[in-house]
Design a protein around this ligand. Sequence first.
Ligand SMILES: *[C@@H]1O[C@H](CO)[C@@H](O)[C@H](O)[C@H]1NC(C)=O
Ligand SMILES: *[C@@H]1O[C@H](CO)[C@@H](O)[C@H](O)[C@H]1NC(C)=O
Ligand SMILES: *[C@@H]1O[C@H](CO)[C@@H](O)[C@H](O)[C@H]1NC(C)=O
Length: 388
Amino acid sequence: MACCSSFLLLLIRLFFIFFTLSESAVQIQGLGIGINYGQIANNLPSPSRVSVLLRSLNISRVKLYDADPNVLVAFSNSNVEFIIGLGNEYLENMTDPIKAQNWVQQRVQPHISQTKITCITVGNEVFVSNDTRLHSNLLPAMQTVYRTLVNLGLDKQVIVTTAHSLNILSNSFPPSAGSFRPDLAEYIQPLLNFHAQANSPFLINAYPFFAYKDNPSQVPLEYVLFQPNQGFMDPITNLNYDNMLYAQIDAVYSAMKAMGHTNIQVRISETGWPSKGDENEVGASPQNAELYNGNLLKRIEAKQGTPANPSVPIDIHVFALFNENLKPGPVSERNYGLYYPDGTPVYNIGLQGHLPEVEFSFASKNIHILPAVFFSFLIYVIASLIWV
Ligand SMILES: *[C@@H]1O[C@H](CO)[C@@H](O)[C@H](O)[C@H]1NC(C)=O
Ligand SMILES: *[C@@H]1O[C@H](CO)[C@@H](O)[C@H](O)[C@H]1NC(C)=O
Ligand SMILES: *[C@@H]1O[C@H](CO)[C@@H](O)[C@H](O)[C@H]1NC(C)=O
């Protein structure tokens, strides 16, 4: 019977694969959850397997840190929307219209009819470094990439922005008193003018974990984990904040307002919580990561707005899909993933996904399963014939 039960298992598995494939043919209503698909690792599953995992999770918004063609091809004919990235090392070249046009024509245009690319982030956390050339190149690079998209007629479907660390704020509490660092004003003011003109959102990477870790005796854990708590009152607006992330978002709105801009949307390009950390990284644990991300997902699904902007649903890309074993820095850096590279969840937040064991391709509409599967199928059939 052993042979037959494993044969049956294989059949079930194949059925599941076909089921997943046919299900993907219909438009799946996404839950609005975005996820960062970082790839600083040497043990991640192939993009085509990841595309099945994300389909099974109903995740239809993905952010990359580059424009990896392997990923973009693996997601062709899917309904997944991509934010793609230009790393900081590209900024100088992107100030050159010829180089910007070459990049868009080589890295974006070939994919755009099959894969929904909706946004390009030009640089990531540029103001974390103190490389002033990088600071000065940021806006010209964004403008040049934007003009290229306009020239190619792509500016209506692809927006241009950049992602900032929350460190660009000098003050974030109370939220109504949020302000940008004075030393960055000369860069941020024209940047905001660009966002307003190009109608593109302002992206922030926000980690309440950092605030908790730096000050665990002062920052209530419930407040950073979206758990029930009294919250903090903003004494100027009388708005009550029951979690730090919303306070951070509204602090950015206030900082923009102080520079004369009230029509630029704030989105969270990264947020998350590590499931593991060094001994001094207080709060990094699977329990806290499960609470942070699980509670956050519920608020995303409820399309909540922040206290100062209740009618604007929070727009969030969670960091990150996988643990990334080659990221430098403290242990926490390698443990932000919702999933281990083998596709098992690091903790349970109700996202039951399926990472297929076998490789197959969505690249063309004719889906082909690799010969290896048919080969093992054949072996099972022969084995079962012999055993019966
Ligand atoms: C995905 O979305 C579909 C349609 O909204 C729903 O029926 C299904 O349960 C969802 N699956 C998951 C894993 O959330
Ligand atoms: C920038 O352009 C130069 C000259 O074309 C090229 O050699 C270099 O590789 C480019 N840098 C990046 C990061 O693409
Ligand atoms: C900033 O630059 C100074 C020297 O100009 C250097 O000593 C310092 O370490 C740099 N800081 C960072 C965060 O790179």
